[in-house]
Design a protein around this ligand. Sequence first.
Ligand code: ATR
Length: 280
Amino acid sequence: MIHSGKTKLAGIMGWPVQHSKSPRLHGYWLREHGIDGAYLPLAVSPENLGNAVEGLAALGFTGANLTIPHKEAVLAFCDEIDPAALRIGAVNTLVIGEGGSICGSNTDGYGFLENLKTAPAWQAAAGPAVLLGAGGAARAIAAALEDAGVPELRLVNRTRERAEALIAETGLTRAQALPWETRNDALAGAALLVNTTSLGMEGKLPLEIDLAALPVAATVNDIVYAPLETPLLAAAAARGNPTVDGLGMLLHQARPGFAQWYGTDPEVTEALRTFVLGDG
Ligand code: ATR
């Protein structure tokens, strides 16, 4: 691909970054829209993060995404931080403004909700949501669900104190922390179950849970997308629960950044999903 002197540059900072699907995802949209832009993998070690973020502005980049392990540390290098990112203490998107100002935002909660909306059965007011896990992803998801109007959040985490800290630090008012051992019973009466842990991912331990108490009308979402159909989603589908896989969250969280950097709001389509999953 040939770039001009006006190519708009963006990328993803991570350590490691070579497994990131974001360059493929943004590259697809750039090609689809015929945009004179580039989106690059940027392997930035933790000790280089500050220099790298300042370097974005110095190099005339239009912005960047952040992934593990930079989402929390990058707040220290932002000139402005949007309320959603401040609340959860994590930034995944940078936009470089006129004059080189660095504006951080977090689109993970937005991406999660947009993906969930592809399940026609799910409505925020329908009932309690059960979240498994209390890590970085759970923070964004819990805040987004409460803001969307979910009446009750049950945070079930192996380390219960971490779920309690999540509730306190993000200011959740309709959430409770429950012990990991109670995860089967916590499903009673729920309208939504979300796995935000890494359990069930290729190469990780399986997620051990019995769905018997979960109403069959409840939507089940796994943020793990490798494999696309996790054992949790397969078990949920087999008993008739509507399911939403995790790839859509990755695709939707990318849209606001792309729109701000390149001036076009891109679409999440089946063709995009297929492309991002492939490697050709
Ligand atoms: P992320 O930021 O991507 O959410 P993370 O912060 O490492 O990742 O969180 C991983 C989540 O998976 C945590 O909720 C973790 O539970 P702890 O808070 O107790 O560590 C959960 N998790 C990881 N391995 C687990 C296991 N074997 N059993 C139960 N939960 C597990």
